[in-house]
Design a protein around this ligand. Structure first.
Ligand code: FAD
Length: 387
């Protein structure tokens, strides 16, 4: 596997073990069928508990069954999962960074005890409801409301593009609390079997097909007050979760690019035209050289980001730069790899075109490429462009 700058020689034993465990899991359990899952638009749900058993959901958290591994180990895990398919990494990102993280950071003791071990083991599935039909890049304008009624809240609204909502047991729903004058955004744990909750599946996606996506409809859904995440108010709640998930994406996208590179390199040394492997032609070597360089630069960025996160110096803007760069890199390189495979490149027998289609989603979710550009623009100039 491409590690041109020898970054893996700095890994500690635990990081190596997690990387190998994820690689073996992917190779034995997912890789053989992922192309078919992608074509069928299905996710291998039977593997959800197995992924939990192996510690793939938020292993960087501490306590409640999570081993508190290093941020590099967590990043490597995301990289290995996305080397298989962005849908597989999305499963782990949502469950870990978008559901377990907010419960861990902002939940009550009872909420942590009820949900963290079950989610960590993959016995329960969670989803994260922020995006609404009319509010994607600007979630601050959300319309979903929670109205206090005695010791309950009544939720009304709709969320869309929610990864795993049709198979989730619990949704972290972000809504405006109308009982306070300034209607702050608050997080609510909504069990999906409550009256008034619907989770329709979104079909016919042409990207991230091996991932289940749906809506969350909330019609007079009553949840006890004890289902509110008590320790956070305002957009800091959802945005801090997104920082965690985007961190994983900055690593994960490298996996997709690396898999494209390895596939193209192997193909270029096997496939002969004009009596010689196509990898002997300078045009093809230029493509491989550029791909390897771009992947190596993205790896450097990810490793530096892990160091900053580990010592508490990582800012959301650092994550924006890394997500923006690494996903764009993967999106561009997947296309070059696809091209190197000629006609075979457009089939599901090879991974690059599947990665290429998936990366359209990765480029769009967790803050579009444009939005991360504006976040960086604001950080660099002090002037906000997106108001
Ligand atoms: P819009 O916000 O309408 O943007 C449309 C275009 O306008 C984009 O190109 C955007 O960059 C551009 N644009 C917007 N504002 C500006 C501006 N100020 N300046 C310049 N350009 C701008 N959401 C969840 O809450 N939970 C999930 O689990 C989840 N999973 C997803 C899974 C999939 C497969 C997909 C596709 C999306 C998922 N999302 C999820 C939603 C995702 O986060 C949103 O799609 C994303 O935030 C963009 O919002 P939008 O689609 O409404 O696009």
């Amino acid at each position: 596997m491409l590690d041109y700058l020898g970054l893996e020689s700095d890994l500690d034993e635990e990081e190596r073990l997690i990387q190998e465990t994820a690689r073996d899991f992917v190779e034995d359990n997912v890789a053989p069928d992922i192309g078919q899952h992608w074509i069928d638009g299905t996710f291998p749900t039977d593997l959800i508990p197995k992924m939990g058993e192996l510690g793939f959901y938020a292993p960087n958290l501490e306590g409640y069954g999570s081993p508190n591994v290093s941020e590099t180990a967590y990043g490597l895990l995301m990289q290995e999962l996305e080397a298989c398919d962005s849908g597989l990494r999305s499963m782990a990102s949502v469950q870990g960074a978008l559901v377990m993280y907010p419960i861990h950071a902002y939940g009550s003791e009872a909420q942590k005890e009820e949900w963290l071990p079950a989610l960590g083991q993959g016995e329960a599935v969670g989803c994260f409801g922020l995006t609404e039909p009319e509010h994607g890049s600007n979630p601050t304008a959300m319309e979903t409301q929670a109205e206090k009624d005695g010791d309950e809240y009544v939720l009304n609204g709709s969320k869309t593009w929610i990864t795993n909502s049709p198979i989730a047991d619990v949704a972290v729903v972000w809504a405006r609390d109308t009982s306070a004058d300034d209607t702050p955004v608050r997080g609510f744990l909504v069990e999906t079997d409550r009256d008034g909750v619907t989770t329709n599946k979104i079909d016919e996606k042409l990207s991230l097909r091996a991932s289940i996506t749906g809506e969350i409809g909330l019609q007079n859904v009553r949840v006890p007050e004890t289902n509110v995440l008590p320790e956070v108010e305002g957009m800091k709640g959802p945005l801090s979760c997104l920082t965690q998930a985007r961190y994983g994406i900055a690593w994960g996208a490298i996996g997709a690019a690396r898999d494209c590179f390895e596939t193209a390199r192997e193909y270029a040394t096997d496939r002969e035209q004009f009596g010689t492997p196509i990898g002997q032609f300078q045009l093809q070597q230029d493509k491989l050289a550029e791909m390897a360089t771009q992947i190596s630069l993205a790896q450097l960025l990810a490793h530096r980001l892990a160091e900053l996160k580990e010592r508490g110096d990582m800012r959301p803007q650092h994550v924006s730069m890394s997500k923006r760069n690494n996903v764009r890199m993967a999106r561009n390189q997947s296309r070059i790899a696809r091209e190197m495979l000629g006609g075979n490149g457009i089939t599901a027998d090879y991974s690059p075109m599947r990665h290429m289609a998936n990366l359209e989603t990765v480029y769009t979710y967790e803050g579009t490429h444009d939005i991360h550009t504006l976040i960086l623009g604001e950080d660099l100039t002090g002037l906000q462009a997106y108001q």
